[in-house]
Write a protein that binds this ligand. Structure first.
Ligand SMILES: [Zn+2]
Length: 440
């Protein structure tokens, strides 16, 4: 039997570790994982040598903004950026696009907008907002992977936050995974107008996250809900999470490349490209986040790619209170995290566990995020050694505004395959995926 493709690498990252191997692909799936030098009749046989072969990353936290705010970002540009960053599956957040994905009709509008434009596979989150609990079962049946809820202001008026009672009502409406933006509004002081980063940081203190994580876990425990804490920044919330997990509660957490690789100490005043919510905190906090990845308290690293117009992101005033809170980094996550992971003594297998396997497991995509026989042949050639300065001209997102611009990173994506075929800018082959999708 001749297979479609064989990719060989001396650094193939498999679930049980990194080793020389050959990966054979047929019909878009991995059909064999063999010795590096094994002869397998194949239409295309590529030896990557010391360039690592990874499973395509799964980024479950991306804001595409189309339709409605397509001038901020759209499916074509976001998914091209994803592919260039080694990400082969994204799950789109329910807000910032218009309409927000808060009922089945809005999901249909978004799927229509995405059709034919995606270079990687795209799934969708639904949104839980005040009053839409009755709409959640139908939206879930339509295939969203779960529901996002905010406990504090979301940044856009059409997606208001839930209080504890509304959150309980959402949990009661549907037995789904709920993903929570955990900042407690009464601990935030967001009206403070300032160009100084330390004022912005002080306006969103760690206590806001600790209180919100505590309260979300409490409401989830009483409602038997499965929750996931989004973009955890404050290390102070880690003991709360760890205790909940030790008690057997179904709660997990993610963090983002910017919390792991950038620190408050280095952010210049007026540099609003670094603004995100919750904020990037200090180095000691960052060390604790890495420790939580190492011990499994945090299981996923995802981008929270959240672009907007350059004038909103970096206003001339340099005022942190009015700049958009979001960092667009779906393309930069892998090299950013690898650069720091390597410095701290972690391996590519760790990075794959956090950025591919963990997020795939979070949303139940058992046949993505790992190199095993039967999985979809979503694969990445990642050269882990070259160092370079990030060139905004190479960013594929709609607007190349990024705190990583000019930063020195190590590791670069050389090629990305979706279901065994290379991703190329001219032919979008990404599928729209739904919860429970398995096309075998
Ligand atoms: Zn987000």
């Amino acid at each position: 039997m001749t297979v479609d493709l064989v990719l060989r690498s001396r650094r193939t990252v498999l679930p049980d570790g990194e080793r020389p191997a050959a990966v054979a692909v047929g019909g878009g799936r991995i059909v064999a994982v063999t010795d590096y030098r094994e002869q397998v009749p194949a239409t295309v046989d590529t030896d990557l040598g010391d360039v690592a072969l990874l499973p395509g990353l799964v980024d479950t936290h991306v804001h595409v903004n189309e339709p409605g705010r397509t001038e901020w970002e759209g499916f074509a540009t976001a998914t091209l950026a994803a592919a260039a960053g080694g990400v082969t599956t994204i799950v789109d957040m329910p807000l910032n696009s218009l309409p927000p994905t808060v009922d089945a009709a809005a999901l249909a509008v978004k799927q229509q907008a995405a059709t034919g434009r995606c270079h990687v596979d795209v799934g969708f989150w639904g949104g839980a907002v005040p009053g839409n609990a009755p709409a959640l079962p139908d939206l879930y049946a339509a295939g969203v992977f779960g529901f996002k809820a905010f406990l504090a202001d979301s940044g856009v008026p059409e997606f208001p936050p839930l209080d504890a009672g509304q959150l309980a009502a959402a949990f009661a409406a549907v037995p789904a995974l709920f993903v929570i933006h955990a900042e407690q509004p009464d601990q935030l002081h967001t009206a403070v107008s300032s160009t100084r980063y330390r004022d912005f940081l002080a306006s969103r203190p760690p206590a806001a996250e600790v209180d919100a994580v505590t309260s979300a876990i409490d409401v989830a425990r009483r409602g038997n809900a499965r929750i996931h804490i989004l973009h955890l920044s404050a290390a102070g919330a880690l003991p709360v999470l760890a205790a909940a997990r030790r008690a057997g509660l179904p709660v997990s957490a993610e963090t983002c490349p910017h919390y792991l690789t950038l620190s408050a100490e280095e952010i210049p005043d007026g540099a609003t490209e670094f603004k995100c919510c919750p904020p990037i905190r200090d180095r000691a906090n960052q060390d604790a986040l890495w420790a939580a990845l190492a011990d499994g308290t945090i299981s996923c690293v995802v981008s929270d790619h959240s672009p907007c117009l350059p004038a909103l992101k970096t206003p001339d005033t340099g005022d942190f209170s009015t700049a958009w809170g979001g960092i667009a980094s779906v393309q930069m996550g892998l090299p950013a995290v690898w650069t720091e992971a390597r410095r701290r003594g972690f391996g590519l297998g760790d990075v794959v566990r956090w950025m591919a396997e963990g997020p795939a497991d979070l949303v139940g995509l058992a046949d993505k995020g790992r190199i095993v026989v039967g999985a979809q042949a979503d694969l990445v050639a990642f050269d882990p050694t070259p160092s370079y300065h990030v060139d905004p001209g190479r960013l594929r997102q709609r607007h190349p505004v990024s705190p990583y611009n000019g930063r020195r990173l190590t590791g670069i994506v050389r090629a990305t395959w979706l279901r065994g075929a290379p991703i190329t800018p001219d032919a979008p082959r990404g599928r729209l995926i739904t919860r429970g999708t398995d096309d075998r």
